[in-house]
Write a protein that binds this ligand. Sequence first.
Ligand code: NAD
Length: 335
Amino acid sequence: MAYRITLIPGDGIGPEVVTATQDVVSAAGVAVDWEIHHAGIEVAKLTGSPLPLPVIDAVRKNRIALKGPVTTPIGGGFRSVNVTLRQTLDLYANVRPIRSLPGVDPRFDVDMVIVRENTEGLYAGLELMILPGVAQSIKLTTERGSTRIAEFAFRYAKKHGRSKVTIVHKANIMKISDGLALDCARRVAVGHPEIQLGEMIVDAAAMTMVRDPNRLGVIVTENLYGDILSDLGAGLVGGLGIVPGANIGDDAAVFEAVHGSAPDIAGKGYANPTALVQSAVMMLRHLGEHDAGDRIERALTTLYRAGQVRTRDLGGAASTSDFTRALCAEIERPR
Ligand code: NAD
């Protein structure tokens, strides 16, 4: 029976990498009935909302979605579709494995994970202009939010055979908000004595990610730090074209790449679909389709190790469709 999965193509390079990923999932032999819904600026022009209710309802009903990036206007305009989706569906854990692919950047051999709190912090959207010329953003930190993200990170570490969780914070300066998050994570850690515990201030964590990333294991951190460290991690393993992500809640999960809509290369046909393909691997494993996930991952490793088919972001000349064809052929190759 086919899985019913909500598909949000997004905009910019979104539809290009989404189509490629659909082909890859199909090559891996997983039947999916994709329920397509649109979000973003074009939808806002037609319906008045960049994220109409039927899109949210579809994700809620199917409990699983694959999503392309959606452009967010800077400064004014509508609220980020991504943030709204994560908050409305309470997708509180943003999981971003940062893993090197063979031959991409030999300076680093990275294998770490960032678990980012996805609904609170400065992304809670509590901003106001308190006086002319004086703006205020409220950083929201709750005991419930901090405890459940730490619990998620420790359970994730256990499930994925990782031995260490590092709590990343800035509780030396934000003694109350980050202090609360740190206390909650420490309390959760007590219940997981088999997992080694690390604590690090966010600026030191940024440096450690560049010098000795694998020392960190699984990072658990608040929203903004996790957002920034994820892009740093992407830079370590070859850029945003590579790194996957998942937004996971108790009732639904949305899988999407770390990268955005890349307006500078949209429509040109040479976006790297690897990040969304790897997000789909996470999705397949979430569904229990481990064989299909393993097949895609093996094929990606083989393709990258051979090094002949590379997209432009990684110094190659392959188009999105060249890369996708080669990947599908590798997945389908009898072993
Ligand atoms: P971006 O990630 O879109 O692009 C940054 C750089 O990385 C660009 O040079 C781009 O060409 C390159 N890049 C990104 N993905 C690539 C890929 N798959 N293959 C090859 N090169 C790739 O970041 P940005 O330019 O800061 O953001 C553009 C828009 O995307 C903004 O409106 C932002 O709000 C939005 N955004 C959306 C999401 C999401 O939907 N989850 C995430 C991040 C940013």
